[in-house]
Design a binder for this molecule. Structure first.
Ligand SMILES: Cc1cc2nc3c(=O)[nH]c(=O)nc-3n(C[C@H](O)[C@H](O)[C@H](O)COP(=O)(O)OP(=O)(O)OC[C@H]3O[C@@H](n4cnc5c(N)ncnc54)[C@H](O)[C@@H]3O)c2cc1C
Length: 509
C-alpha cells in the first residue's frame, strides 16, 4: 500500500476537477488529483466553449445581456426549483472566469449563440491560426489549464481510480482509498475532498434504475468511458444526500447523426415531424433547441419520432442555396453531399462519413436502419412502422397550410414546406440522446456536500456534473455553454471554498 497526503484531494480530473485543483493550488494549497483515465479534461475535450455573462467579449460585441436579466430568465425557466443562490454566484463569477482562463494563455473567438433565439453566452475557444469555431476546440483550454496546474505543483495520478472516501468519528473527511493501473492500493490523507467524477453517462444500469430509461432502446446518449457514477455512489456510502438525476437531453438518429452529417442536418431542418401514430406533435421550428425536441420526443409512443421530407424539399434547399438551420458545431450549409452520403449510408461505406463522435453514442454495427427512402408515403410508412392512414391525413392537412399560417402549432409560414408527390420520400427516426447525466450529489451554494439532514459533511465538496442540479428538469439550451460553464465555475468555487474551509474555524480535524 502506498501512502500519500495533501491539503486537498480532487476525485476526477475532468473540466470541473481540473478547475477546482487549479483554483485551490492558486491559494497555495497542496493538491492531488486522482484521475481514472489517462488524460485531464474529460467531456470538455469534445466541447467548444462555455457560458459567461457580462464578459469583455460580449461588451466588445455589443451584446448587452446582464447578470440580472439572465438570472431572472434562468430562474423563470427552472420555476425557481433550483438553488438560486448558487445560480447567482455562478453567473456573477462567469465573466471573471473568462479572464481567469485567458491568463492561462487561452484566446476566445467571442460570444456565440447556439441557435437563432438563444442568448449569446457561448464563449468559444479560439484554435490558434484559425478564426472559425472548430469542434473539440475546448481541448485547447484544457491543455492550458493543465499546464497552469502543473506549474502550480498539482500532483496528477492518472489511471488511478478512487474507490472510497474515508471519514472520521465526527463525519469529517480524512482521505481516500484508490487503486492504480497496476492494482496497487493507495491511501491518501487530506483535509478536504472535492468530488468531480462526471455523473453516470456510461452506466446503463444506473440510467435504468435512477432515471427510468433503457439505453440502446429509448436512449442513445453519449457514453464517455469511465463515467460510471463512482462519485455519487461513494458519497451515498458515507451518508451524503442524493438528489434525482436526469439526462442532459438532446435527440439523435443513431448511426447517422455525427457521422453522415449532411443526411443528419438535412433531416433536422424544421420540416414535418410525426410520431409512430402518424400524428404531428410539435412546432418543428423548435428543432434547433435540442432539449425541447428531445423532451417532445420522450413523450411520444416508444419515445421515437420521424422527420419526413420529399425530393421537392431538397430541390427547395438547392434553389435557396442553403439549409434553413445551420449549426455552429456541424456547420453543414447545404445539401451538396446528399446523394453521395445517401449512397454511402446504404452501402455501409463509412469512408465518406464525417469524422464524428458516434463511437461515443452507439455501436453503429448493432443499430438497425434509422434512415429510410421510398417511392411513396405508403411504402415509407411500411418501412418505418408509421400508421399510414393517420400519416396521410396529417400530411394532407399539413400541405393545406404550406407557406401559410400553421393552425395547429403556429410554426412560421417560411418553414411550412409542402411535401410534394412525384419524387422520393425520406424519413429519419429520432430518439432521445444526451451528453450524459446531470445532478445527483446534494450541495449547498458553497458546493459543500450535504447529508440527509441538509448539514454539510465536514471537508467534503462537489462540483461539475455530479452536483449539477441547477437546470431543474431540462437543460437550458437558451443559455449555451451552461454545462461546461457550470463545470468550470463550480470547480473554481469549490476549489477556493475548500481551501477557505481548511483555513477557517469550521475546520474539523
Ligand atoms: C460531445 C460533447 C460536447 C460538449 N460540448 C459542450 C460545449 O460546447 N459547451 C458546454 O457547456 N458543454 C459541453 N459539453 C458538456 C461539458 O463538456 C460537460 O458538462 C463538462 O465537461 C463536465 O465536466 P465534469 O468535470 O463534471 O465531468 P467530466 O469532464 O466528465 O470529468 C469527470 C472525470 O472524472 C473521472 N473519474 C470518474 N470516476 C473516477 C474515479 N472513481 N476516480 C478517479 N477519476 C474518476 C473521469 O475519468 C473523468 O475524467 C459537451 C459534452 C460532450 C459529450
Amino acid at each position: 500500500m502506498r501512502r500519500m497526503e495533501a491539503d486537498l484531494i480532487v476525485i476526477g480530473g475532468g473540466m470541473s476537477g481540473l478547475s477546482a485543483a487549479t483554483a485551490a493550488a492558486q491559494k497555495d494549497a497542496s493538491v492531488i488529483v486522482f484521475e481514472k483515465g489517462g488524460t485531464v479534461g474529460g467531456a470538455a475535450n469534445m466541447g467548444m466553449g462555455f457560458f459567461a455573462v457580462e464578459s469583455k467579449y460580449q461588451k466588445a460585441q455589443l451584446v448587452n445581456h446582464t447578470v440580472d436579466e439572465l438570472f431572472k430568465e434562468f430562474m423563470d425557466y427552472t420555476h425557481w426549483r433550483v438553488n438560486a443562490r448558487l445560480v447567482k454566484k455562478l453567473f456573477e463569477q462567469s465573466a471573471s472566469t473568462v479572464e481567469w482562463i485567458e491568463d492561462m494563455g487561452v484566446e476566445f473567438l467571442g460570444a456565440f449563440k447556439y441557435f437563432e433565439n438563444s442568448n449569446q453566452t457561448w464563449h468559444i475557444v479560439k484554435t490558434p491560426g484559425s478564426n472559425k469555431p472548430a469542434e473539440r476546440c475546448a481541448s485547447i483550454m484544457v491543455k492550458a489549464m493543465k499546464d497552469t496546474a502543473d506549474e502550480l505543483g498539482v500532483d496528477f495520478l492518472f489511471y488511478t481510480s478512487v474507490k472510497e472516501i474515508i471519514t472520521g468519528d465526527k463525519g469529517q473527511v480524512l482521505g481516500v482509498r484508490a487503486v492504480d493501473q497496476r492494482g496497487e492500493e493507495i491511501e491518501a490523507e487530506c483535509s478536504a475532498i472535492i468530488v468531480a467524477t462526471g455523473g453516470f453517462g456510461d452506466n446503463p444500469e444506473m440510467i435504468r434504475d435512477r432515471i427510468g430509461l433503457t439505453w440502446g432502446q429509448d436512449l442513445f446518449s453519449f457514453r464517455i468511458p469511465g463515467l460510471k457514477g463512482d462519485g455519487i455512489r461513494m458519497v451515498e456510502a458515507i451518508g451524503g444526500a442524493i438528489d434525482p438525476s436526469m439526462i442532459e437531453v438532446t435527440y439523435t438518429t443513431p448511426g447517422v447523426t455525427n457521422l453522415y452529417k449532411t443526411i443528419s442536418e438535412t433531416m433536422r431542418q424544421p420540416n414535418l415531424m410525426i410520431n409512430l401514430d402518424g400524428k404531428r406533435f410539435m412546432d418543428e421550428s423548435i428543432m434547433n433547441n435540442t432539449t425541447f425536441t428531445g423532451n417532445a420526443i420522450s413523450v411520444q409512443p416508444k419515445r421515437k419520432a420521424f422527420t419526413i421530407i420529399t425530393d421537392s424539399i431538397l430541390d427547395e434547399y438547392r434553389a435557396q442555396g442553403h439549409l434553413d438551420y445551420i449549426t455552429i458545431h456541424h456547420n453543414i450549409q447545404n445539401v451538396d453531399h446528399w446523394e453521395e452520403q445517401v449512397k454511402a449510408y446504404f452501402s455501409g461505406d463509412t469512408s465518406v462519413a464525417d469524422e464524428g463522435l458516434s463511437f461515443l453514442e452507439e455501436d453503429t454495427n448493432k443499430i438497425p436502419n434509422q434512415f429510410f427512402i421510398a417511392d411513396s408515403l405508403e411504402e415509407l410508412c411500411a418501412q418505418t412502422g408509421i400508421n399510414y392512414k393517420n400519416a396521410r391525413k396529417t400530411i394532407d392537412e399539413y400541405n393545406s397550410m404550406a407557406g401559410r399560417y400553421d393552425r395547429q402549432f403556429n410554426k412560421h409560414p417560411k418553414y411550412m414546406r409542402e411535401l410534394k408527390e412525384g419524387g422520393k420520400w425520406y424519413a429519419a427516426a429520432h430518439y432521445m440522446c444526451g451528453y450524459g447525466t446531470l445532478a445527483g450529489i446534494k450541495t449547498d451554494d458553497e458546493l459543500r456536500v450535504l447529508d440527509e439532514d441538509w448539514k454539510p459533511i465536514p471537508g467534503l465538496f462537489g462540483c461539475g456534473t455530479d452536483v449539477c442540479s441547477i437546470f431543474g428538469d431540462s437543460y437550458n439550451f437558451t443559455m449555451p455553454g451552461s454545462t461546461m460553464g457550470f463545470a468550470i465555475n463550480s470547480g473554481r468555487l469549490a476549489g477556493m471554498n475548500a481551501i477557505d474551509y481548511i483555513d477557517s474555524d469550521e475546520f474539523v480535524e
